[in-house]
Write a protein that binds this ligand. Structure first.
Ligand SMILES: Nc1ncnc2c1ncn2[C@@H]1O[C@H](COP(=O)(O)OP(=O)(O)OP(=O)(O)O)[C@@H](O)[C@H]1O
Length: 976
């Protein structure tokens, strides 16, 4: 599940579910089943073959996909072959694949279920991947979330399907490989892939990539569920991702039960988070595709008979409970009336919530065993699969413009670092400017240069590190157009390095009897060893036994040619279904292998067992020889890949240490080797072709065409890979050359700098120069020299004094300027205050005037008021006396205030006068210092005249010129 949140394609509530007929009813009534299956089969991306069966189309219903863009969960069923033990125990076939889409019950023909695809026991995992997984992986690489999970009872083949082993890599390694191939085939985008790996053991979530991350919490927010604190690793290659899975598998809970020696006791979820954005530096602000591909290997449901101990029983009950909840969730999702879906009842359903509720593509691979002892369990699995088929999803691309996205973050950081680098490069002083500087300066500059070089190297290595994390195709759009047409079914074989991370033979090593188990001819054709060839024969016998068992029953009259009609309605037709199944594998190398051997099986089926080993020896030999040649070719390519890696590494080292001749030599040797290997591979390709032509007589035409086309495809692939590698090498070589020339230029610069440094040092050191002068044959006489020397010394002293004086003056000037500016500030502040005060005075005077006017008015009023109107004459007198008193006191107050203000005004005026005086003084000092400066300049000018005269009399004396130029510089600086 998502360790990081991925935006949903739509809101949780928007998942629209289609009500299904009761699964039970469909299981018991064939008449009801067929119409329904016809609808189901249309929703699959791979169900075209189902349409060729008239009975399934007899309903007249409108195909689902015709009217809407929604898809159903892709549901497929994979049969595993009977195990040797089951064969020994005389187990019968209870369920069988009836054509490409139907599973039928052997004992009750009316019980049948239809799915998007049914894979028989001989189908290769690669074919299962092509049909059931590739479209989900493609979608995920384009930004649509995807989930693929294997469901089935214990020992039915879930882990075999999802993980596989070295001979038959499972869906997970194939998906990882495919993801990187898609990146290679998408030259216009850049990708960032990261992985996480977890297990749910006894309802506890553990991080398989980080043993410390135990009992992690599932959190939820508006964007969905996520695991808090799970470790995510950025992956750079398929081998890198597979190594992480292998490391995670070490921590997975596995135990033996009665049915499976290495039974998975936990559900695991491998998540590949894919971010991609358009290629180029100008992708700022552009939407990033962000999606997750969840690859889930469920633990198998089991009955109590599978458990061997208390612990296993406990584990089993947890497994069963979570699978039961998964079943309930799925039936609720398909029940239109259900209001509540119990996602929260188990950790598994909580993690799958986002996928099941309609966000992204989902593919369910149900693994089943045909054995009669597991009839009921298989039936339950089939019912579960049938229900799941009705979940409707509407997958959409997740596009985000989010600075939080990791690829955006890295891209931004790279851009920033590049800018910093450019700035740093621009900041380094060109050597030509370093001519007239002192020794100290040179040392400082040298230090700075070194620091800048270090900073540059650090920046470059960080840029390189970050750039490595972002995966881009090595193809240019042009080369991809010209030389490669992407095959919808990519066939990129696993290299040894990648296979090393897959179990050699996961389960079977533990159990000798299981060596016979592989009745299917499953395996990776690219890896052929003697042991494998021997074992192939053993396995063929196993398959034949089983086929014969079935054929004996079915030889009731119908011929094989009749059975090519793929409508399987009777159990007798089962044998033909295997043929149909084989044909399904067309296009895959494994399937091709089947086809080569298929006629042999037919004959075996019809003839007596004495004719069992009828395949011509020559054919086997030829195939073996060709495989050997191919193997050699593969080996060479792998070696070349390794050498290319070393080449890259060496080139990087060479860029860091360009003077290292050993590395250069090694690089040359390596490129020679790579070229030789290239030639060898081409020769081998030719040999294979010649071989095919030479053995024309031994093989029949169809075989040859088959083999040639297969080889041509492989040859093309190899050529393409070679081309890519050669292009890579060319680019690296160019980069190396560029770096070397850059280094050469830098070296030259350093040498120049050194020369200049030593020159400067020589110049600064006067005595050698003086001695040189003494040795000069042009010197007239020793007395004169002494005089000149004395004069020079004097001049130097004067110059030093002058520069001291200048410095002092400068300081003084600075101080004065500061003081004058301070005084100016003070004056302006005082002026502001004065203004405010005068305003206050004016205001108060106005107020005063108003009060005086009021007072006279009041006095006049008191004087003219008639006695009668004022009440008693006594009271009136007292009142007027009181009023007069009040007025008098306020008058006094006002007068006091006025006199205070006047006093303050006087104080301010004196302060102002003082300030003006001080300013005048400062002005005077400035004038004086200016005069002094002028005087000094005059002095200086006189000195130059003197120096010029000296020069004339002596010729050029570098020491003097130096001191003069120094003085000149000071002067220039000062005047400027
Ligand atoms: N399609 C197949 N072809 C050949 N062998 C198979 C196939 N499917 C399963 N097997 C073999 O059957 C045995 C059990 O398979 P596997 O371990 O994958 O089952 P499982 O469903 O994962 O079991 P559990 O749930 O107990 O982990 C293994 O030895 C495996 O190699």
């Amino acid at each position: 599940m998502a360790p990081r949140k991925v935006p949903k394609s739509r809101k949780a509530g928007s998942s629209k579910l289609k009500a299904a007929d009761s699964p039970e009813s469909s299981a018991t009534s064939s008449s009801k089943l067929y119409p329904e299956t016809s609808v189901d089969s249309h929703s699959s991306p791979t169900s075209s073959s189902a349409r060729s069966k008239p009975p399934l189309h007899s309903t007249g219903r409108v195909p689902h996909h015709a009217s809407q863009s929604k898809e159903n969960v892709t549901v497929t069923v994979r049969f595993r072959p009977l195990s040797p033990r089951e064969i020994r125990q005389g187990e019968e076939i209870a369920w069988y694949a009836d054509g490409e889409t139907i599973v039928r019950n052997e004992h009750n023909q009316s019980i049948a279920y239809a799915y998007d695809r049914v894979f028989g026991p001989t189908t290769t995992t690669r074919h299962v991947y092509d049909v059931a997984a590739q479209h989900v992986v493609n979608g995920a690489m384009e930004g649509t979330n995807g989930t693929i999970f294997a469901y089935g009872v214990t020992s039915s083949g879930k882990t075999h399907t999802m993980h596989g082993d070295q001979r038959s890599p499972g869906i997970i390694p194939l998906a990882v490989k495919d993801a990187f191939s898609i990146i290679q085939e998408t030259p216009m985008r850049e990708f960032l892939l990261r992985v996480s790996y977890l297990e749910i053991y006894n309802e506890v979530v553990n991080d398989l990539l980080n043993p410390v991350g135990q009992n992690l919490r599932i959190r939820e927010d508006e964007q969905g569920t996520f695991i808090e604190g799970i470790k995510e690793e950025v992956v750079l290659s398929p081998a890198h991702a597979l190594s992480l899975i292998a490391a995670g598998e070490e921590h997975r809970h596995i135990g033996s039960t009665n049915f499976n020696l290495l039974s998975s006791r936990s559900h695991t979820m491998f998540t590949l988070t894919i971010e991609s954005s358009p290629l180029g530096d100008n992708n700022e602000g552009q939407a990033v595709h962000l999606s997750q591909l969840n690859l889930i290997d469920l633990a198998g449901s089991e009955s109590s008979k599978a458990a061997t101990s208390g612990l296993r029983r406990k584990e089993g009950s947890y497994i069963n409970k979570s699978l039961l909840t998964l079943g309930t969730v799925i039936s609720k999702l398909t029940d239109r009336k259900a209001s509540h879906v119990p996602y929260r009842d188990s950790k598994l359903t909580r993690l799958l919530q986002s996928s099941l509720s309609g966000h992204g593509r989902v593919s369910l691979i149900c693994t089943v065993t045909p054995a009669s002892s597991c009839t009921e369990e298989t039936h339950n699995t089939l019912k579960f699969a049938h229900r799941a088929k009705h979940i409707e999803i509407q997958a959409a691309q997740n596009k985000i413009i989010d600075e939080k996205s990791l690829i955006k973050k890295y891209q931004y950081e790279i851009r920033q670092l590049k800018e910093e680098l450019i700035q740093l490069k621009q900041g380094i002083n060109p050597v030509s400017q370093l001519k007239d500087i002192s020794e100290d300066h040179i040392v400082l500059l040298r230090q700075k240069l070194e620091e800048e070089e270090d900073a540059k190297a650090a920046l470059m290595s960080r840029i390189q590190r970050l750039t490595k994390l972002i995966l881009v195709s090595t193809k240019t759009p042009q080369t991809s157009r010209l030389s490669y047409r992407a095959d919808p079914r990519r066939r990129h074989s696993f290299g040894d390095e990648e296979l090393a991370y897959l179990p050699y033979k996961r389960r079977d090593l533990m159990d000798d009897e299981n060596l016979e188990f592989y009745v299917s001819r499953e395996g990776n054709p690219e890896i052929v060893d003697d042991a494998f060839r021997d074992e192939k024969k053993t396995r063929k016998h196993g398959l034949l036994k089983w086929l014969k068992l079935k054929k004996k029953d079915s030889l009731g009259g119908s011929s094989l040619s009749d059975q090519s009609n793929s409508t399987p309605s009777t159990p007798q037709r089962e044998a033909s279904n295997f043929h149909t199944e084989s044909r399904l594998s067309e296009g895959s190398p494994l399937a091709d292998q089947h086809q080569l051997l298929e006629p042999r099986e037919d004959k075996e089926a019809h003839e007596d067992s004495s004719h069992e080993i009828e395949t011509p020896e020559t054919r086997i030999k030829m195939i073996d020889q060709m495989e050997m040649l191919r193997e050699q070719q593969n080996k060479l390519s792998e070696e070349m890949e390794l050498q290319s890696n070393s080449f890259k590494r060496l080139s990087e080292e060479a860029a860091k240490a360009p003077q290292n001749e050993e590395i250069k030599e090694e690089i040359e040797n390596l490129s020679g080797d790579i070229k030789a290997k290239n030639d060898q591979i081409a020769k081998l390709g030719k040999q294979i072709l010649d071989f095919v032509i030479a053995s024309h007589d031994a093989l029949d035409k169809s075989d040859i065409i088959q083999a040639v086309s297969e080889m041509r495809v492989q040859l093309n692939e190899k050529c393409f890979e070679l081309e890519v590698k050669a292009a890579d090498n060319r680019i690296i070589q160019e980069q190396l050359n560029q770096k070397t020339s850059e280094c050469e230029a830098l070296k030259e610069e350093v040498v120049n700098l050194k020369h200049q440094l030593s020159d400067a040092l020589e110049l600064v050191d006067i005595s050698p120069v003086t001695s040189q002068m003494q040795q000069s044959p042009q010197t007239p006489n020793k007395d004169e020299e002494k005089v000149i020397q004395a004069q020079i010394e004097e001049l130097k002293m004067k110059a030093a004094e002058l520069s001291d004086l200048k410095e002092q003056l400068e300081l003084q000037n600075k101080k004065l300027a500061e003081e004058s500016s301070y005084a100016k500030e003070l004056a302006s502040a005082a002026a502001v205050e004065l203004k405010a005060l005068s305003e206050e005075v004016a205001r108060l005077m106005n107020h005063n005037e108003r009060l005086a006017a009021d007072m006279t008015a009041a006095a006049h009023k008191t004087f003219v008021t008639p006695r009668g109107k004022t009440g008693s004459p006594r009271n009136g007198k007292r009142e007027s006396l009181l009023k007069k008193k009040e007025q008098d006191s306020s008058m006094m107050e006002l007068k006091r205030e006025l006199s205070m203000i006047k006093e303050r005004e006087v104080i301010f005026e004196t302060v102002l006068v003082e300030k003006a005086q001080r300013e005048a003084e400062l002005q005077r000092t400035v004038e004086e210092s200016k005069q002094r400066e002028a005087y000094l300049e005059n002095e200086l000018a006189n000195m130059w005249v003197l120096v010029a005269k000296l020069r004339k009399s002596q010729g050029a004396i570098s020491v003097v010129s130096d001191s003069v130029s120094e003085t000149q510089q000071i002067h220039h600086l000062e005047t400027s």
